[in-house]
Design a protein around this ligand. Structure first.
Ligand code: PMP
Length: 361
């Protein structure tokens, strides 16, 4: 099997061991004589997979299943931009949002349909190149929403903000399971699976049970958190295959030594690339202003001479590195190096950055 260095931002690289196991599951699951793609979501084969994955979602985040629950939903993280305020932002209430990038902008736009939104801080003034430190919070805010990692811009919250007691909510689509954070600081966390957790199709929502109880009741049934919490994410047909692969990825994370070990590995991986960029400041311009805000997952940079962009990409492709083009809205380059991305690939990119820079000088 051929494997290139896939720097795609998502859907993204998955561990080979997981792909191998999933291939077997596509043929037959648990000695049932049926494929994972064929079994009923009400049958014992799928139920075992579903509840095992749910348990691992919480366990790997270090969350107590007595206090927290995990939901498997469809609609992508984008649906959560609407579902969250639909459930919690009752008319008259205010939610605080920190705007650190394009995904935050989308979340804010949806929230405004439902209630008052206070943008507690924004880094829009500097092309979202940093994470703001001073937040202008609303006393009694319904919740405070952050994007823990900004996939497009390449910034990541170095630590979690003090919300002054308001419930913290996070869009962790591109860095869930990448760091050993204190996840109990969150009241609700959501993430599309297709970067660090599995294939596209399932979104994970992790929430405190007592917080979910405060969700409104005047919400369409299928969009109500309470519906899915009560039915253990089996109210309707869940994205069964995606949930199955998420379970396999979580087992893989455990085999890596859990989040502590995964974070250490991610830090080493990212450092190799940032060091190579920093070594040639005349050639590369990191897109992130403050080093402390640099993402471990999405390394963003530009060439000082954009006339050489095409040559840079072509040279990378010759070395079997794909997916390095920056998001269409910001240009430049982006190396997405999620958990499953191998350290050798980071070293290969660092070597290429050095070779290209020496050629360019
Ligand atoms: N939030 C963030 C931080 C993202 O990176 C993405 C997807 N790239 C989304 C939300 C939207 O996710 P989805 O495509 O699953 O709706």
């Amino acid at each position: 099997m051929k494997r290139i260095y896939n720097f795609s931002a998502g859907p993204a690289i998955l561990p080979v061991e997981v792909l191998e196991e999933a291939s077997r599951g596509i043929l037959e699951i648990g000695g049932s004589g049926m494929s994972i793609l064929e079994v009923s979501h009400r049958g014992k084969e799928y139920e075992a997979i579903h509840f095992d994955a749910k348990e691992r979602v919480l366990k790997n985040l270090g969350l107590d299943p007595e206090q927290y629950t995990a939901l498997f939903l469809g609609g992508g993280a984008s649906l959560q931009f609407a579902m969250l305020p639909m459930n919690f932002l009752t008319p008259g209430a205010t939610a605080d949002y920190v705007n650190t990038g394009e995904w935050g902008v989308k979340a804010i736009k949806e929230a405004k349909r439902f209630g008052n939104v206070n943008v507690a801080a924004t880094s829009e003034d500097a092309r979202y190149s940093y994470i703001p430190t001073d937040l202008n919070l609303t006393p009694g805010a319904r919740y405070v929403h952050i994007t823990t990692n900004n996939t497009i811009e390449g910034t990541e919250w170095p630590g979690l903000p003090d919300t002054g007691g308001a419930p913290l909510v996070g869009d962790a689509s591109s860095d869930i399971y990448a760091r050993d954070l204190d996840y109990s600081r969150f009241n609700l966390l959501y993430a599309g699976a297709q970067k660090n957790m599995g294939p596209a199709g399932v979104t994970i929502v992790v929430a405190r049970k007592d917080f979910l109880q405060q969700a409104g009741d005047d919400v369409p049934v299928i969009l109500s958190y309470k519906t899915h919490a009560k039915a253990d994410s089996l109210y309707n047909t869940p994205p069964a295959f995606a949930v199955y692969v998420v379970g396999l990825v979580l087992k893989w994370i455990e085999a890596q030594g859990g989040l502590k070990a995964v974070e250490e590995r991610n830090r080493r991986k990212a450092q190799v690339i940032y060091d190579a960029l920093d070594a040639f400041p005349d050639v590369y311009e990191p897109a992130v202003r403050e080093k402390r805000d640099r993402s471990l997952m999405n390394v963003t940079f530009r060439l000082r001479n954009p006339d050489r962009d095409k040559e840079f990409l072509a040279g990378a492709q010759e070395r079997e590195m794909e997916g390095l083009k920056g998001h269409r809205s910001v240009g430049g380059f982006r190396a997405s190096i999620y958990n499953a991305f191998p350290p050798e690939g980071c070293q290969a990119l660092a070597n290429y950055l050095e070779d290209f820079a020496k050629k360019a000088i």
